[in-house]
Design a binder for this molecule. Structure first.
Ligand code: FAD
Length: 384
């Protein structure tokens, strides 16, 4: 049997330590200005001013060509910036999707005019993108989506419904997947469109989660006109275009670092209190070992992506293990500290724990659910 996973050791070169210190110092100084967001939500925390400042510092579109406002730096430098942002739960939502997948998609498949029009705004933190894939009856089985794009003079008319669209209420643009040819087979006849979220006919309705936040939405399209030049890539090729994005979406540190601020706070609390017994040390040690392993896996995938490869199976495995790790963190806090902790860290442990308990069920749904990921792994191993 051939083993489908290829993880190679990868380290971030020491020469990027200075960048890490620079980002860390910026985040320390800026943290007092970020009001109105909750720690632990990180990339669902939407703060335009924060993103513009990050853009001014050259930390969005870091690897993109300079001609589109990018900085032509390495994937590993970008990785350093991502890690530092997530480590403190910074509110990166206004630039995260553009930086992680919409921008790279346009660089790969967009027209020259699309790149020139949209990428510089992304790198300045001024253009926010959302992802329009899931529909009410098409989540895991995405290819059964029914929202359609009909040809009209000079463009397309979009009709249908998208759901769970993160930050749609605040975003400028969506890259949405629509059925442009209903006679084609299930995975064919799908196309991706750049959609101006202010177009007439778009209705965005918030959906509240357990924390009563409304960061995701239902988006309805009622005869929305999209001009010809907003088609992304090849008409009818949307399935392979959209699924290629998923390797980027599933392999980054945001797939295992959602609970990192809670872990740091837990370690600090245990260290400062009388509960640093053998059990606490052992459990924290085990969890730390998991983190080191996940980071190595993620770095290995980042290294292979930078080399132009597409380690899709590895990304699936990382996301599954990473989600399990993140979801276990609130339980670890309960296990080690059975009284609400009162020690003030930068963030209150009890508050963080409560938020993470409520939002962590989402971790193994967003970006592909656990069962689906395990199905892909099983297929890779020849078990299905
Ligand atoms: C926080 C969050 C943010 C999101 N943001 C976005 C976004 O910005 N844009 C976007 O397009 N989507 C977004 N999503 C949607 C996400 O991609 C879907 O929730 C996910 O793909 C699952 O689809 P579903 O919710 O329809 O669940 P379903 O597909 O109905 O699945 C429900 C359950 O059944 C299981 N299941 C389904 N099919 C099978 C099968 N064949 N075998 C075994 N088990 C199965 C699933 O694993 C899951 O546990 C977001 C979701 C969350 C939670």
């Amino acid at each position: 049997m051939s083993f489908p996973f290829d993880f190679r050791p990868f380290e971030i070169p020491a020469e990027f330590d200075a960048l890490r210190q620079e980002v860390r110092a910026f985040l320390r100084d800026a943290s007092s200005e970020w009001t109105g967001w909750k720690i632990g939500q990180s990339w669902t925390g939407f703060n335009r001013e924060f993103s513009k400042e990050v853009g001014r510092r050259g930390w969005i579109g870091m690897t993109w060509p300079k001609q589109y406002g990018g900085h032509e730096r390495s994937q590993m430098e970008r990785y350093v910036v991502l890690e530092e942002m997530l480590a403190v739960g910074a509110p990166v939502g206004a630039h995260w999707i553009a930086d992680r997948q919409s921008g790279p998609l346009l660089l790969r498949l967009g027209t020259q005019a699309q790149r020139e029009r949209f990428l510089p705004g992304c790198t300045r933190g001024e253009l926010a993108f959302c992802i329009g894939l899931s529909e009410p009856d098409a989540g895991s089985d995405l290819a059964s989506l029914r929202s359609r794009a009909s040809r009209v003079e000079h463009g397309w008319r979009l009709n249908g419904r998208k759901i769970w669209t993160t930050n749609a209420q605040d975003c400028d643009l969506m890259i949405g997947l629509f059925r442009s040819d209903s006679s084609a087979q299930k995975h064919g006849g799908l196309s991706q469109f750049l959609i101006d979220m202010r177009s007439s006919g778009i209705d965005v309705r918030p959906i509240r989660d357990l924390t009563s936040e409304a960061h995701f939405n239902e988006v309805t399209f009622d005869d929305v006109f999209v001009p010809d030049d907003m088609l992304v890539g090849i008409e009818g090729d949307g399935w392979s275009q959209a699924t290629a994005e998923l390797t980027f979406e599933r392999s980054q540190p945001d797939r295992y670092m959602s609970a990192f601020p809670l872990f740091c706070t837990l370690v600090g609390t245990v260290r400062d209190s009388a509960v640093a017994d053998r059990l606490a040390c052992r459990r924290i040690g085990e969890t730390y070992a998991e983190l080191v392993l996940l980071r190595q896996m993620s770095l290995s995938i980042a290294g292979r992506l930078a080399a132009g490869q597409s380690p899709a199976h590895e990304a699936v495995l990382l996301k599954d293990l990473g989600n399990t790790h993140e979801q276990g963190m609130p339980g670890l806090v309960r296990e080690l500290l059975d009284v609400p902790a009162t020690i003030d860290r930068p963030y209150k442990l009890s508050e963080l724990q409560a938020i993470l308990t409520e939002i962590s069920p989402m971790f193994s749904l967003r970006g592909g659910s656990r069962e689906i990921l395990r199905g892909i792994t099983a297929k890779g191993l020849g078990l299905r």
